[in-house]
Write a protein that binds this ligand. Structure first.
Ligand code: MN
Length: 717
């Protein structure tokens, strides 16, 4: 096949028509290389292959990138598809261009081999190359855009759909993330056309119904808006455009309305020279037209995450049409449409300004790419980063850990390894020690401090957000509880054997295990936990057992169990307690139904119940295995509990009677009181009051607070 005549100068003229100055000689040389090396290769369209890179370069020119980017675009498929090598490009052009082309090639390779897991090492190399220069990413996007523009030439529908889905999932969000609105919109609309052609057709049809077949409606509104604005700001430019079918469809889905109810299927834009003018136009709009409430957004004072700035407002505009108006400066507009490309350009113009900060998220994104071993993970993480519901944090070695938003240092620890989680005693974020429940943000460097003595704490469950952390904590706590009961059971049975003068304890336990069909540990656990009581064990190990009495004692055991269960239901209004173990309420903090509660196991003397805030719990932080989480039974009603409050009263004769009658009115019953302090103006009294619940006590406190004689009331903790 002969190679067609190529008009090199005409192509470069086309590039320059976008208002950029380029190195014509080098660009022409690049086109010559593309033509020569792609040679007779054809695109699916039947056209010579080199038309593709030349068109991709035009997209880059339209974005106003530099000569190196344009040359990279022209050569972007040569390393992959032709005999041209990295060395060749380096020798004929420059090392920099060779590196850029190589970066694009490597991205293309993941794209096509995404279904096979590629070697992790190659993948890392490619991503490192990629992170060198953001222009690689831009050329890749332009390449994808051109492939999408020509996707209808692909014969197989499955192939079109696969590429469209990949574009929808990776490239369109990527374009959005780097702020390139215009490319994102075009990519999405083409994908929409490939994936849901009928839906798109029907929306376009209905759209015509709303705005009319001709463009008159838009034209007329633009004229009318201009008449309002020009007398005040003559340099303002007013534009109107139809939204794409895809964006209308998304709006309809998001707002769950039909197309006639959408206010912004035509968007109007006013572009002015300064921020001050933006607000003047806004004032003009709101004073001339009726503003539709709840639709006003000021992204100038609060820019979006990707740097987007603009004012959005919805008004009942000319001809009574409900329309959205966006107001912004030219620079804001460029950044909104071209995103990174615009930033890059502004950066070229202000070499010395320290705008590195704007790119923090790019570095984050790239470092995610850099640290994931497989294309699958790359795809997954790229998607996630787009949706802002993840935070990415670093280990001290620089590995990236991805977590859901709201995750804490403990989630991080468990994500690193369950042992790290279980042993964590503290955390450093970016070098400073922070509380364990600190929420992490993107880019945090997290170091977990561990100790072999530490184990998971029930408190962590309150703030962790990942399923992994939660299930690990529960698993560990269960194991701890099991161990604790085994220890308790062991010490109980030992005491019993001793007092009953049973000499060979080992043998006795073996006998009991056999009888109850349990392993040694399970038996001790059952004893500690109270489901098997010591007397029953004793009966089995006494020498004079016969079959009848054994059967009898088993029966007794059953009955006792039933009784215990009943007792528990009637008496102890708390879930999580150890059946058969003594329990009592702590005197230090007076827990009431409704308070958060925990139990402390005292070996041999049962469980003491404290409020979750009780200061005495501090004494047990080093012994988390003795702390058991408890909850109140919500069904309890009439059992009175003692709550204690402390009241500061104005020192006058009627004070005490006011307080006591108020407590009585609120159905509290004073069981005790004590004067704790007294001076000329005030005296402090502690009251013990029988109440139904924490809420009941709270109600009494609130009533007392209203009284003039009461200077202060508080719960005693
Ligand atoms: Mn290509």
């Amino acid at each position: 096949m002969s190679i067609e005549e190529v008009d090199y100068n005409a192509i470069v003229d086309r590039y320059e028509s976008y208002g950029i100055k380029i190195d014509r000689k080098m660009v022409i040389k690049a086109i010559e290389f593309a033509v020569k090396y792609h040679g007779p290769q054809l695109r699916a369209s039947g056209k010579p292959y080199y038309h593709h890179p030349i068109d991709v370069a035009e997209i880059i020119a339209e974005l106003k990138f530099d000569s190196d980017s344009i040359i990279t675009a022209i050569l972007h498929d040569t390393i992959e598809d032709t005999d041209l090598t990295y060395e060749d490009i380096k020798n004929h052009f420059s090392e920099n261009i060779a590196r850029l082309v190589d970066g694009v090639t490597k991205l293309t390779q993941i794209e096509f081999r995404a279904h096979n897991v590629r070697q992790a090492e190659n993948f890392r190399k490619l991503l490192i190359a990629m992170s060198d220069d953001i222009r690689v990413l831009i050329v890749k996007l332009a390449d994808r855009l051109h492939n999408m523009r020509t996707i209808n030439f692909l014969k197989k529908p499955e192939k079109r759909e696969r590429i469209a889905r990949e574009t929808m999932e990776i490239y369109a969000p990527l374009a959005e993330r780097i702020g390139m609105q215009k490319i994102k919109i075009e990519l999405q609309d083409i994908c929409f056309q490939v994936l849901h052609p009928e839906v798109r057709e029907s929306i376009l049809g209905r759209f015509k119904g709303v705005v009319g077949n001709t463009g008159d409606a838009i034209e007329n509104i633009i004229n009318s808006l201009s008449k309002t604005i020009y007398p005040i700001i003559s340099s303002a430019k007013v534009y109107g455009r139809k939204k794409t079918a895809y964006s209308i469809w998304m709006k309809m889905k998001q707002k769950n309305v039909n197309i006639d109810q959408l206010s912004d299927i035509i968007a109007f834009r006013v572009i002015v020279n300064s921020v001050e003018e933006c607000y003047r136009v806004l004032g003009l709009m709101h004073s001339t037209y009726k503003m539709v409430p709840d639709n006003f957004q000021d992204f100038i004072s609060t820019p979006k995450n990707n740097g987007y700035q603009s004012i959005h407002t919805v008004i009942i505009g000319p001809f009574g049409c409900k329309i959205e108006v966006q107001i912004r400066t030219q620079e804001m507009h460029d950044i909104a449409e071209l995103g990174l490309a615009a930033h890059w350009r502004y950066k070229q113009n202000h070499q010395d300004n320290a705008d590195g900060k704007k790119y923090t998220w790019i570095r984050e994104l790239l470092s995610i790419l850099d640290h994931n071993a497989t294309p699958e993970e790359f795809l997954k993480n790229t998607k996630m980063a787009m949706y802002y519901d993840q935070v990415f944090c670093f280990t001290p070695k620089g590995n990236v850990i991805s977590l859901p938003k709201g995750a804490t240092t403990v989630d991080f620890a468990y994500m690193v390894h369950s042992d790290v989680g279980n042993r964590c005693t503290g955390a450093k974020v970016n070098g400073s020690i922070v509380p364990l429940k600190t929420e992490l943000v993107n880019g945090d460097q997290v170091e977990i401090i561990t100790s072999k003595k530490q184990t998971a704490s029930p408190n962590w469950e309150k703030f962790v957000v990942t399923g992994k952390a939660r299930s690990e904590i529960r698993k560990t706590l269960k194991m701890q509880q099991y161990d604790q009961y085994v220890k308790l059971g062991s010490s109980l049975i030992h005491k019993t054997f001793k007092s009953e003068e049973i000499e060979n304890e080992e043998e006795a336990l073996d006998k009991a295990c056999e009888f109850f069909h349990k392993s040694r540990l399970d038996l001790l656990y059952a004893i500690g936990q109270g489901s098997i009581c010591r007397e029953d064990v004793l009966k089995q190990v006494r020498p004079k057992q016969n079959k009848l009495s054994a059967a009898l004692s088993l029966l007794m055991l059953k009955k006792k169990k039933e009784r215990n269960n009943k007792n528990e239901e009637n008496k102890v209004p708390i879930h999580g307690l150890i059946a058969g173990m003594a329990m009592h309420f702590a005197k230090c903090c007076h827990p009431l139904p409704g308070d958060e509660i925990v139990g402390i196991i005292h070996t041999g003397s049962g469980v003491t119940i404290h409020t979750g805030e009780c200061k005495s719990l501090k004494n047990f932080t080093s012994m988390p295995e003795r702390i058991i989480p408890l909850t109140w039974d919500n069904n309890i009603t009439n059992i009175p509990f003692i709550g204690r409050i402390e009241v500061s009263l104005i020192n006058q004769p009627s004070s005490l009677s006011v307080v006591s009658s108020d407590i009585a009115k609120e159905k509290g019953n004073i069981t005790n009181f004590k004067v704790k302090g007294r001076n000329v103006d005030f005296f402090d009294i502690a009251f013990d009051i029988e109440v139904k619940s924490a809420a009941h006590l709270e109600q009494i406190i609130n009533t007392l607070k209203m009284k003039k004689v009461v200077q202060q009331v508080q719960k005693v903790r």
